[in-house]
Design a protein around this ligand. Sequence first.
Ligand SMILES: Nc1ccn([C@@H]2O[C@H](COP(=O)(O)OP(=O)(O)OP(=O)(O)O)[C@@H](O)[C@H]2O)c(=O)n1
Ligand SMILES: C[C@](O)(CO)[C@H](O)COP(=O)(O)O
Length: 374
Amino acid sequence: MFDVTLIVLCAGNSSRFEHKTKKQWLRIKDEPLWLNVTKRLKTFSSFDKVIVASSEKELNYMKNFTDDFIFVKGGDTRQQSILNCLEFVKTKYVMISDVARACIPRSVIESLLTEKQNADCIVPILNVTDTVIYENQTINRDNVKLIQTPQLSNTQILKTALNTKIEFTDESSAIKNINGTIKYVQGSIDSKKLTLGNELDDLPCLKEPSNNFFTGTGFDIHAFEENKEMYLGGIKLPYDYGFKAHSDGDVLIHSVIDALLGACGAGDIGEFFPDTDEKYKGIDSKILLEEIVTFVNNVGYEIVNIDLTIIAQKPKINPFKNDIKNSMAKLLGLEKQFINIKATTAEKLGFIGRAEGVAVQSIATLKYYNWKQK
Ligand SMILES: Nc1ccn([C@@H]2O[C@H](COP(=O)(O)OP(=O)(O)OP(=O)(O)O)[C@@H](O)[C@H]2O)c(=O)n1
Ligand SMILES: C[C@](O)(CO)[C@H](O)COP(=O)(O)O
């Protein structure tokens, strides 16, 4: 039985990172950073369990990548994410790391584990080699230390320490606050935290993303409904009938959403926007597509192109093709040339041929956001 649980905190917003892709989702070859970092840390020791804190919107998607870890919904703050994960920790000790410290060396983990019985919290630190001023005064830099992660804590003491309204930026500060004991070990420059977008070159252990392309198909079909506004591709068409649906019925946008989710392996539209949820009743499908485009970018992809086939006996699509293309280009953040729209009738066959509704088939191509070339 192992007495340490590993927690990797991956539930942050990357708000200071300033890239479309969140730092935890940058691709290292074909692996998201969070998976790469967690797998790497796991090889450095034997842990009872490995817990990954994920933001709510990405939790199900993360689960698609592996069955080896426990995924826990993070909180609004780093501290709350830790508290959520601690609920699942049964061991005497817990090692907690930021996903943003991607290149932590084995030696740091070994030092932490060697010292685990010698204090309530074992913390890697770095000395400062630059001159330091505090409130305009030069201070003795030997008294200044930079605190890194992972930190190894006694689980019960950490739980007690975090059971407070005070917001701490790391575990050692919380444990110190209840007069717990702290032991410092040598940290590493390789454990630098990725915080700002221009710090990517400071993490030499990370390989660039693969050049793979990903395709996904989407298909949606909606029956007509009288006396309803008709929306197709985010524009309103001038008819007195629209589409029967829980949302505004924009069958084209729904098909594209499924193609995008398919290409990044994230399920389908119903998993993101259940049609049993009142929140989505009558909703403008443009809002749904915007949310999906943000998700696709956040989790590491760029959209390359979209190709669509609208199957409709009525209405006539050709007069609106250009408007639909412009609308979709804007929503997808693509140049118009990367969107193709084809329209066909059903040769009067079946329910589309009887002009009872419309189907849209689409295909999307994605590639990884290449953070090395930005
Ligand atoms: N609610 C939060 C906030 C942060 N973290 C994690 O805590 C670590 C340190 O946070 P930071 O580097 O600041 O990441 P972000 O919070 O994502 O960045 P920012 O503050 O720029 O939004 C990261 O691994 C981050 O994913 C977390 O799990 N839950
Ligand atoms: C925990 C930490 O990495 C120690 O240096 C740091 O405090 C995290 O700060 P952030 O503002 O959440 O990045």
